[in-house]
Design a protein around this ligand. Structure first.
Ligand SMILES: Nc1ncnc2c1ncn2[C@@H]1O[C@H](COP(=O)(O)OP(=O)(O)OP(=O)(O)O)[C@@H](O)[C@H]1O
Ligand SMILES: O=C(O)C1=C[C@@H](O)[C@@H](O)[C@H](O)C1
Length: 289
C-alpha cells in the first residue's frame, strides 16, 4: 500500500515555448515521492521543507493514477497521502515540476503494484496531463517530463506529446542557479514565439545530434526573448561544448568535459547563487526499494 520513486531534474536543449518542439536532458539532482494509499477518499500532498508551496500537481498525479489503475490492480483505494523531498530548487528552470510529477506518478503505480506493467512513457503522459490541469506549464513540458522519466536526452513535440528522439548521453553538466525564481506559467510566451525561426534552427541541430550548438543557439535566443542576462552564457562559451538558459530560467546549464567546466565554474561561482558540477543521467525515474 506504500510506494516510493525518485525522478531526476533536467536541463534544456530547446525551449518549447516558441514552436512547441522541445528538447531536454536528465541531470543528477533528484526528487523523491512517497505515496500511501488510503480508503478515505481524500488525496493530500505535502512538500518537505516547503509548507506553503502548492501541492496540487502531485495530488493530481496521484488522483489520476489511482482513478486509472487501482481497480484493475484489485485495489479499492480511493485516497492517498503523497509527500515529496527534493534536491531540485523550485521554479528555477531545472524542471522541478516534471521531476515531482514523475516521482509522484511512479510512486503511486508502485503502491498499486503495477509499476512494471505500465509503460514509462504512459506514466509520463499522465504527469503531463496533471501539469496541464494544474496550470504549472505552458506547453505541457513533455520534453522535460520525458527526459526526467526516461533519462538521457529527448526531443519531443509538445503539441502532440510525441517522443521524436531519445538518446543516452554521457556529459558533465555545470548548473548555475541565481537566487531569483521564475514560474514557467508566468513566462512571456508571445515574446518567445518571436524567436521561432531560431527555435527551428535549434530543432534542426538537435535532430542532427549537434546538441551543444543547439543549446547555445537556444540560450542566446531565449535569453533575449525572456530578457534574461547573457553574461553567464558569454563566460561559458570559450570553454563549454554548449551553454543555455535552462527552461524559462533563471538557471543556466553548460555541458562539456570536466576540465573545461571547472574553468567555467570558477567564473560562475563569483555570481550570487549556487553553482553545481553534475553528471547527466541515463536511467530516468525509478522505484526506490
Ligand atoms: N518538490 C515538489 N513537490 C511537489 N510539487 C512541486 C515540487 N517542485 C515543483 N513542484 C510544483 O511545480 C511548480 C513549479 O513549476 P515550474 O514549472 O514553475 O518550475 P520548474 O519546473 O522548476 O521550472 P522550469 O519548467 O522552468 O524548469 C510548483 O508551484 C509546484 O506546484
Ligand atoms: O512550461 C512549459 O511548457 C515549458 C517550460 C520550460 O521548462 C521549457 O524549457 C519547456 O520546453 C516547456
Amino acid at each position: 500500500m506504500d510506494g516510493r520513486a525518485r525522478a531526476p531534474a533536467a536541463g534544456t536543449v530547446l525551449n518549447a515555448l516558441a514552436t512547441r518542439k522541445g528538447a531536454a536532458f536528465a541531470i543528477d539532482l533528484e526528487t523523491t515521492a512517497t505515496v500511501s494509499l488510503t480508503d478515505d477518499g481524500r488525496v493530500e500532498g505535502e512538500i518537505a521543507d516547503r509548507p506553503d508551496a502548492d501541492a496540487a500537481l502531485i495530488e493530481r498525479c496521484v488522483e489520476l493514477a489511482v482513478d486509472r489503475y487501482a481497480a484493475d490492480a484489485g485495489f479499492d483505494a480511493t485516497g492517498a497521502r503523497v509527500r515529496t523531498e527534493s534536491e531540485v530548487p523550485m521554479a528555477s528552470g531545472l524542471k522541478s515540476s516534471s521531476a515531482a510529477a514523475n516521482a509522484a506518478t511512479l510512486a503511486t503505480l508502485d503502491a498499486l503494484g503495477v509499476a512494471d506493467s505500465v509503460d514509462r512513457i504512459d506514466a509520463c503522459r499522465l504527469g503531463v496531463e496533471a501539469a496541464r490541469e494544474t496550470g504549472v506549464t505552458v506547453t505541457g513540458a513533455f520534453d522535460d517530463a520525458s527526459a526526467s522519466m526516461l533519462g538521457g536526452v529527448t526531443v519531443t513535440d509538445n503539441a502532440t506529446d510525441e517522443l521524436l528522439v531519445r538518446e543516452e548521453v554521457d556529459w558533465q553538466a555545470l548548473v548555475y542557479t541565481p537566487p531569483e525564481r521564475a514560474f514557467s506559467a508566468d513566462a512571456n510566451v508571445a515574446s518567445c514565439e518571436r524567436v521561432a525561426p531560431m527555435a527551428d534552427l535549434v530543432y534542426e541541430l538537435a535532430l542532427e545530434k549537434r546538441y551543444g550548438e543547439a543549446m547555445t543557439v537556444n540560450g542566446l535566443a531565449f535569453s533575449a526573448a525572456l530578457e534574461a542576462p547573457t553574461g553567464p552564457t558569454i563566460e561559458a562559451l570559450p570553454h563549454a561544448d554548449g551553454v543555455s538558459l535552462s527552461g524559462t530560467g533563471p538557471s543556466y546549464v553548460a555541458v562539456g568535459d570536466r576540465t573545461a567546466l571547472e574553468e567555467v565554474r570558477e567564473t560562475w561561482a563569483e555570481r550570487p547563487g549556487t553553482t553545481r558540477l553534475l553528471e547527466t543521467r541515463n536511467d530516468g525515474t525509478r522505484i526506490q526499494t
